[in-house]
Write a protein that binds this ligand. Structure first.
Ligand code: NDP
Ligand code: GDR
Length: 372
């Protein structure tokens, strides 16, 4: 059997990188769409890069953008993918309040562009499409835990755009018989998570505080609760969704929820620090209660966490907890990495990164010293 060909939009992102690795291991030829940027933006996939002059290149990148229809149609025509994983998006919920129109264009209409290109090229019976849907669709809590049948109530321009993409995917499946599926993924993180999402912001800051490179971290709503899993487990399920005999929509989650405050506690626990939170609302602060690791000289009573209302959202999603029963029963999927292991993975990686930063700083260097 000839090898399968996959096309991944958003290949330079967290999930794009893990999914590329996963599919290459499965023997796929993987094509990715990356955006043109003024600096290199392929850090997460550089380890997969193959010199295009090699005889058998299995990982190929194409310049493109979800806002450019002709570009997407041309790439799909050229690549002739068996599977498209549409992961590209302006994926930051808070930023979407500042860029609602762009978010709608890329995250909403962008998905339509992919589906419609497949149809116009007459590939609707050849090419399967995975749409990166999200637990943000549930927004304001309607039901606990959230399942495939829980009503949606989006609470941000990001979620509204993703809701359009969700229904476009269902509609193309029903109207044209396309194998198009939504994975409704709950939050998933990793050492390569974008630095402005709350988990990575916390693990990076904790590592910096441990290394004496930063005093404290400012956060927004500490009461928000999320169902956090590891990206490695979730990309495996993206692939499983497209291998199922029927095109369907799936909730992918751990079934457990944790507050932002408790995630902070877990990150600090990794470096032997117990935190104590005092105050409420914008007055809330986190202090070092004890420090059992002699390697890190964090004084008892030191303020390491503070709330900054700048990070509050105009409308918040208070509580997400998914019910992955369908994925477990029909596909045998279960997350293999627990939250404490995820935190350890992220902390170990950020401590390593910050050791490098500390080393450079002690040597009198800055990380980016172009203008010195
Ligand atoms: P990232 O933000 O890490 O990656 C997003 C990717 O999309 C990047 O490669 C980015 O490129 C690319 N991109 C952004 N805008 C465009 C555009 N206009 N055209 C082409 N490419 C674009 O997200 P994740 O990997 O975390 O998430 C993957 C997908 O899954 C996203 O659609 C996200 O909304 C969704 N999702 C994520 C969840 C999570 O918890 N991680 C949960 C549920 C859904 P560049 O590198 O140049 O910025
Ligand atoms: P989310 O992730 O909005 O769930 O979207 P994020 O990590 O940004 O926020 C999670 C929760 O933490 C609260 N929070 C903060 N968030 C950020 N970013 N920065 C802070 O300082 C901070 N302090 C508290 C937020 O208010 C929120 O309640 C992610 C993205 O990956 C989406 O693309 C994806 O669809 C969903 O997960 C599922």
């Amino acid at each position: 059997m000839s090898k399968k060909v996959a096309l991944i939009t958003g290949v330079t992102g967290q999930d794009g990188a893990y999914l590329s690795e996963f599919l290459l291991k499965k023997g796929y030829e993987v094509h990715g769409i990356k955006r043109r940027a003024s600096l290199f933006n392929t850090d997460r996939i550089d380890h997969l890069y193959q010199d295009p002059h090699e005889s058998e290149v299995k990982f190929k990148l194409h310049y493109g953008d979800l806002t450019d229809t002709t570009n997407l149609t041309r790439i799909i025509k050229e690549v002739q993918p068996d599977e498209i994983y549409n992961l590209a998006a302006m994926s930051h919920v808070q930023v979407s309040f500042e860029m609602p129109e762009y978010t709608a264009n890329a995250d909403g209409i962008g998905s339509l562009r992919i589906l419609e290109s497949v149809r116009l090229l007459g590939m609707e019976k050849k090419t399967k499409v995975y749409q990166a849907s999200t637990s943000e669709l549930y927004g304001k809590v309607q039901e606990i835990p959230q399942t495939e049948t829980t009503p949606f109530y989006p609470r941000s321009p990001y979620a509204v755009a993703k809701m359009y993409a969700y229904w476009a995917t269902v509609n193309y499946r029903e109207a044209y018989g396309m194998f198009a599926c939504n994975g409704i993924l709950f939050n998933h993180e990793s050492p390569v998570r974008g630095e402005t999402f709350v988990t990575r912001k916390i693990t990076r800051a904790t590592a910096k505080i441990a290394k004496g490179l930063q005093d404290k971290v400012y956060l927004g709503n500490l009461d928000a609760k999320r169902d956090w899993g590891h990206a490695k487990d979730y990309v495996r399920m993206m692939w499983m969704i497209l291998q199922h005999d029927q095109p369907e929509d799936w909730v992918i989650a751990t079934g457990k929820t944790t507050s932002v405050r408790d995630f902070v506690r877990m990150a600090f626990n990794h470096i032997g620090v117990e935190l104590e939170f005092k105050g409420t609302g914008v007055e809330e602060k986190g202090y070092v209660k004890s420090c059992s690791n002699k390697q890190y000289e964090l004084e008892v009573g030191k303020e390491v966490v503070a709330v900054d209302p700048r990070y509050f959202r105009p409308t918040e999603v208070d509580l997400l907890i998914g019910d992955p029963t369908k994925a477990k029963e029909k596909l045998g999927w279960e997350p293999q990495i627990q939250l404490n292991e995820l935190v350890d993975d992220m902390m170990q990686s950020d401590l390593k990164l910050m050791s490098r930063e500390q080393y450079l700083k002690e040597g009198g260097y800055r990380i980016n010293n172009y203008f010195e």
